[in-house]
Write a protein that binds this ligand. Structure first.
Ligand SMILES: [Zn+2]
Length: 353
């Protein structure tokens, strides 16, 4: 389908899979429209690579023009410090102390106050969902060793950097290309590089941890980005990545109305296999998919609203049909562990020592 609305001089042809370079492909969707932030005019075509099964837009906005698609993006909201506030009330204090004990025992921290005798760890470990969500919220980060540095690529308004710095004691930096989002992060005294990826210009063999939440799918060249991350990690360093999953249950259910696709901001969509293979090709070892919160309920609700041409951010949310709620619940339960049909893929990998 021809793209009538994004100016032609701001479009680029891709021609081959940005993940594995194969030219063999099939049309996955030819009718994608930005029905999520309504910031990007145009009708987009997503291709699916016949070889690695990643999805990608072709044509797509050039890197010079893509910023326009972010004019109403959610990282423009102020940095959220809710998780940093001192807990108020006895129940909140107990919950915080339980979580601290869990993080101390699972990831080697020494957070205080913590419930004694491993009670917090016991509570969290006995409720699978609680343990999974707490670990994922802190991106499965182990306690820092002296001199360790953490880099969050695409840190947005810096919410995670604040959590890693002020709750966990990491030495943190971020990168962000969006002016409004970076301005929010600066306000909290965070060090934020205004650097594109690839081409960040950061020191090689330096970072103990690199995290990247919902960023890789936005990049024009995600494979060069992974190589650059490999270079800036110190030997033994770890990358943590989360991306939307092209094989997620909500994509299978809603097709081109799926919330995960987010045209044209998501340029490349990975599967568990294609992300694993890409990390391997970049030199990473000990590649391990991890369970995180599976947002199938939310993604099914959003997919239904998009299919009805309702703004998925509308408040209050309209009544969702029972069939959608139950399909969302089913997917939530079925794919909440490590799964190639979870809504998001969460994965860690290491640079060899
Ligand atoms: Zn491919």
């Amino acid at each position: 389908m021809t793209n009538h609305l994004w100016p032609a001089e701001d479009l680029e042809a891709v021609g081959h899979c940005p993940v594995c370079k194969s030219v063999d492909r099939s049309v996955e969707h030819d009718d994608l429209v930005d029905r999520i932030f309504f910031a990007a005019p145009g009708i987009w075509t997503m291709w699916r690579c016949d070889d690695c099964h990643s999805g990608y837009l072709d044509p797509r906005p050039t890197s010079q023009s893509i910023g326009r698609a972010y004019s109403a993006y959610y990282t423009h909201s102020p940095t959220s410090a809710a998780a940093l506030l001192p807990p108020a009330g006895i129940m909140s204090k107990l919950k915080r102390a339980a979580m601290n004990d869990f993080l101390n025992r699972k990831f080697g921290y020494n957070l205080r106050p913590a419930l004694p005798l491993g009670l917090g760890y016991l509570v969290f470990s006995s409720i699978k969902k609680k343990a999974r969500n707490a670990a994922a919220m802190f991106r499965h980060l182990s306690a820092p060793e002296y001199g360790d540095h953490l880099l969050d690529i695409g840190c947005g308004n810096g919410t995670f950097l604040l959590l890693a710095r002020d709750r966990l004691g990491h030495d943190v930096e971020g990168t962000e290309f969006d002016d409004a989002a970076a301005a929010n992060a600066f306000q909290h005294g965070l060090k934020v590089h205004r650097a594109p990826l690839p081409g960040m210009g950061l020191p090689p063999n330096y970072y103990a941890n690199v995290t990247m939440s919902h960023v890789l799918e936005h990049l024009h060249d995600p494979i060069s980005a992974l190589s650059e991350i490999f270079d800036i990690l110190k030997p033994g360093g770890r990358v943590w990545i989360q991306v939307p999953n092209l094989d997620g249950a909500s994509h299978q259910y809603f097709g081109s109305d799926c919330r995960l696709l987010e045209p044209p901001r998501h340029l490349v969509m990975f599967t568990l296999q294609s992300l694993t293979d890409s990390l391997k090709a970049a030199g990473f070892i000990k590649i391990e998919p991890l369970a995180s919160e599976n947002f199938a309920n939310l993604m099914f609700n959003a997919g239904w609203m998009i299919s009805q041409r309702i703004d998925p951010h509308v408040v209050p949310q309209p009544t969702i049909p029972a069939a959608i709620l139950s399909a969302g619940n089913e997917a939530q339960i079925a794919y909440s562990g490590v799964s190639n049909q979870s809504e998001f893929l969460t994965i860690i990998a290491f640079k060899p020592k």
